[in-house]
Design a protein around this ligand. Structure first.
Ligand SMILES: NC(=O)c1ccc[n+]([C@@H]2O[C@H](COP(=O)([O-])OP(=O)(O)OC[C@H]3O[C@@H](n4cnc5c(N)ncnc54)[C@H](OP(=O)(O)O)[C@@H]3O)[C@@H](O)[C@H]2O)c1
Length: 360
């Protein structure tokens, strides 16, 4: 068993922690506030602010980790843009604090990073593409990458937009918000010309665990296999729900909270196929996952019948990641999606007001 200290206790850290625990590792989460999400239930937690070197050293001394995963915020890109110094103080100083606290311990380090280290001119970026951050968040994450990579046994996993069924997390993710709104017949407005390669949270957890337990260093990219615009994605979610895709309207990205984001926030990998630890972990297609997730929480398309079983969920999705997609522990109970009474279907939902503020 390996002792793993995860910095962060949010969406990604919770799922990575759960995955590592199932694999037999001893996991401790570290963040400023005690986590309350379902995926962190049962996981050990210690208070720590990564921006404070003494607190980082204290928690490292307490846990004596064999490995560390850095999956902490701030991850709200729009808010980071409004506070570049504060963003750097946590991501850059935090990385230096962690590396310094681990000096001499021979601990493995994995940093969860982002596609915002690229300017977004190219349709998609591989590991060899030149970085040039699109925004303050990307600049801070790129500097954090550098701090980890000079620190020794370190790997940076750059992850594209993460999604999954998550109604209880700190921030809404695009899939969950669209699924809830559109499932209730409510309109949504999303930025046009904002492209992603969305990646399922289960795949992020699986790749992080596999790469943590590997000798590889440097940078690895994880993006989903489908590049699509937010508009296209939202319309697909509408179609899967059996509601009119015209409920989704496009608004200019520059007029939204997405304005500081790269036009293309898309990743692919030229390394992954050569890493044996990732064999059988091909990321699931977002369209297959949309169908599987919605079927699992509301039943098959257009149906108000019982939730899809684990087996039927698995058969809807594709590739080797399907098994984790179908894991019922990652899916909310069916009743959780029945929000129609709580939503005002007459008001156009402006995704930029919510996702622009809260969504990476
Ligand atoms: N979600 C995505 O689509 C995505 C994509 C690419 C990369 N990433 C990266 O992955 C990481 C995690 O993302 P996420 O979606 O899991 O974020 P999240 O759900 O917002 O969770 C962020 C976590 O970081 C903790 N945190 C914030 N400031 C901290 C500090 N000063 N010291 C210690 N912990 C702190 C928060 O807890 P407290 O506030 O209680 O401290 C929270 O547990 C971020 O670095 C993000 O840049 C995310």
């Amino acid at each position: 068993m390996t002792r793993v200290l995860l910095f962060g206790s949010g969406y990604i850290a919770g799922h990575v922690g759960t995955r590592l625990t199932r694999l037999g590792h001893g996991v401790v989460l570290g963040s400023r506030r005690r986590p309350r999400t379902p995926e962190t239930r049962g996981l050990r937690w210690l208070p720590v602010d990564v921006a404070d070197p003494r607190e980082v050293r204290t928690v490292v001394d307490a846990v004596r980790p064999d490995a560390v995963v850095a999956a902490h915020g701030p991850s709200d890109i729009t808010r980071c843009e409004a506070d570049p110094a504060g963003t750097a103080a946590v991501h850059v100083a935090g990385a230096r604090n962690v590396v310094a606290a681990l000096a001499g311990r021979a601990a493995r380090m994995v940093l969860i990073s982002t596609d915002n280290v690229f300017p977004g001119h190219a349709d998609s970026c591989a590991e060899s593409a030149p970085t040039s951050p699109a925004n303050a968040y990307g600049r801070a994450k790129l500097a954090a990458e550098a701090a980890y990579l000079v620190g020794g046994d370190a790997l940076v996993l750059r992850v594209s937009l993460v999604y999954g069924w998550d109604r209880t997390g700190l921030r809404p993710n695009f899939f969950t918000m669209c699924a809830e709104r559109l499932g209730a017949g409510a309109p949504v407005a999303v930025p046009d010309e904002h492209w992603n390669t969305p990646v399922l949270i289960d795949d992020v957890a699986a790749w992080t665990a596999a790469l943590l337990d590997s000798p590889h260093t440097g940078v690895v990219h994880l993006g989903g296999p489908r590049r699509l615009s937010r508009v296209r994605w939202a319309r697909h979610i509408a179609a899967v729900h059996g509601v009119d895709p015209a409920l989704v309207t496009a608004v200019p990205q520059r007029d939204t909270g997405y304005a500081c984001r790269p036009r293309n926030a898309c990743l692919h990998s030229e390394r992954a196929a050569h890493l044996p630890e990732l064999r059988g972990l091909d990321p699931v297609d977002v369209f297959a996952a949309d169908a599987a997730l919605i079927a699992a929480v509301v039943g098959p398309t257009g149906s108000t019948g019982p939730s899809g079983s684990t087996a039927s969920t698995a058969s809807t999705a594709s590739t080797a990641s399907t098994a984790s997609t179908a894991d019922p522990s990652t899916l909310a109970p069916r009743a959780a999606l029945d929000t129609s009474a709580a939503l005002d279907a007459s008001a156009v939902f402006d995704a930029s007001a919510v996702f622009g503020r809260d969504q990476p």
